[in-house]
Design a protein around this ligand. Structure first.
Ligand code: NAP
Length: 226
């Protein structure tokens, strides 16, 4: 994998969504455009099945000039969308499967027959050789993905951050506090590669509308066996 870029937007108190089922707007228009610019550079975008069920994200590049730039580079108009599941609880009528680029669903080998029946022709199904980030990246490499953007949610970010299996992290911070203890946070508990004695390198900070973006580099990316 040439690069793995994690991207997430959170509130000042670290929440990435609301607890009550309402849609939480964290990003600004300027931040959104910049995110789409990053999406436009990648081959595929990964989100967990939790995000697919909750948000039905389209994961498209929405701005025509960015789509035109992809076309000029010989890339498909839209990046491939990827999700992964252990339970197989994915609805083939979800917006995730309806629009945008090609779809890939990753799962354990044993789940493939059931998912094949369930998802029919809406996605390409592929088996994970191992359950963690390395297995995920290996499966995607075999399918030709060289540049991957990982957009969440909490479980997926926790696994990639804990393993150190990424090159860059784009963190957008919305300047408000949500104050809902039950709301999803950016990460769950884990043994993270980056602690007080091993920091990410800050490449720069930017103000995009009413959102602050911190671009960070992982100087010690690790793609160790899961
Ligand atoms: N603010 C942001 O930037 C942002 C971005 C994206 C998402 N979000 C938010 O994040 C929340 C969802 O986070 P989440 O932690 O609940 O869900 P998630 O991380 O999106 O997905 C977790 C699910 O992915 C599957 N999974 C995870 N690791 C796996 C592995 N190694 N192998 C196979 N399957 C695996 C499992 O699916 P099964 O349960 O099907 O087994 C698991 O329940 C939503 O509220 C969403 O709005 C926020």
């Amino acid at each position: 994998m040439e690069w793995v870029h994690l991207s997430v937007c959170m509130s000042l108190d670290g929440h990435i969504d609301a607890a009550n089922g309402d849609r939480l707007v964290l990003s600004s228009e300027e931040d959104c455009h910049d995110m789409h610019r990053l999406r436009a550079e990648c081959d595929a975008i990964l989100v967990g099945a939790g995000t697919v069920r909750r948000d039905e994200p389209r994961l498209t590049v929405r701005y025509p000039e960015l789509v035109a730039a992809r076309r000029a580079r010989g890339q498909p108009d839209q990046p491939t969308k990827v999700t992964l599941t252990r339970s197989g609880l994915l609805d083939p009528t979800s917006g995730f499967f309806a629009q945008g680029g090609d779809r890939i669903v990753l799962c354990e080998e044993a789940l493939l027959p059931e998912l094949r029946q369930q998802l029919g022709g809406v996605a390409h199904l592929a088996a994970l050789s191992s359950p963690g980030p390395t297995g995920i990246l290996e499966a995607l490499s075999r399918l030709g993905v060289r540049r991957l953007m990982v957009e969440g949610g909490c479980q997926i970010l926790t696994q990639f951050l804990a393993a150190g299996a990424f090159h860059r992290l784009r963190l957008a911070v919305a300047p408000f506090l949500l104050g809902q203890p039950q709301a999803p946070r950016i990460t769950g508990p884990a043994d993270f590669l980056h602690g007080p004695d091993r920091r990410l390198r800050i490449l720069g900070t930017r103000t995009l509308g009413n959102v602050a973006v911190i671009d960070m580099e992982n100087e010690t990316p690790r793609f160790a066996p899961d």
